[in-house]
Design a protein around this ligand. Structure first.
Ligand SMILES: [Fe+2]
Ligand SMILES: [Fe+2]
Length: 163
């Protein structure tokens, strides 16, 4: 008989998923910053790298609250998104549409994070983990703000140059 897994198990597994994803992003954001042609976009990626290190830190705090070791679990979704980003960098190197492609790749990652943090926050509330919910909400707000900033950058400049 399959063991009866509960929301606690799902919460922990999903925490491991986003922990893996955030650590991948810590590795990838410097490459995206380096690839960006627009100085604002490059700076934006650097800024989000610093935030992302904070996201890893918050997740480690939550693992500690749960009395569990901070461990990642391979997240195929983020690997796929980052693989697509890598293709954009290779395929659009030196072309006017590169930055627009980088913004699109970054927004795909942000939206993945937003869906994960939204779900985890809701589950933390349902599980009575108020402190964890507050930490997840703090990160969620930064992901949403980053996504909005990327949209503004794209509209202001990058898409115009790509056109
Ligand atoms: Fe993040
Ligand atoms: Fe992010």
């Amino acid at each position: 008989m399959a063991d009866a897994k509960t929301l606690d198990d799902l919460f922990l597994d999903t925490l491991k998923d986003i922990y893996y994803a955030e650590r991948q992003l810590v590795k990838t954001l410097p490459k995206m910053s380096k690839a960006a042609q627009s100085p604002e976009l490059a700076a934006g990626f650097q800024e989000h790298l610093a935030q992302t290190e904070g996201h890893v830190d918050r997740l480690e705090q939550i693992f500690e609250m749960l009395g569990k070791p901070a461990r990642g679990k391979t997240c195929d979704a983020i690997l796929g998104i980052l693989e697509e980003g890598k293709s954009v960098i290779e395929d659009y190197k030196g072309s006017p549409a590169l930055d627009a492609g980088l913004v699109a790749a970054a927004q795909a990652a942000e939206h993945y994070e937003i869906t994960r943090y939204g779900t985890l926050k809701t589950w933390a509330e349902q599980l009575g983990l108020g402190e964890a919910a507050a930490l997840l909400d703090a990160t969620l707000k930064e992901e949403v703000a980053t996504d909005e900033k990327l949209t503004k950058l794209a509209k202001a400049d990058i898409n115009l140059r790509a056109a």
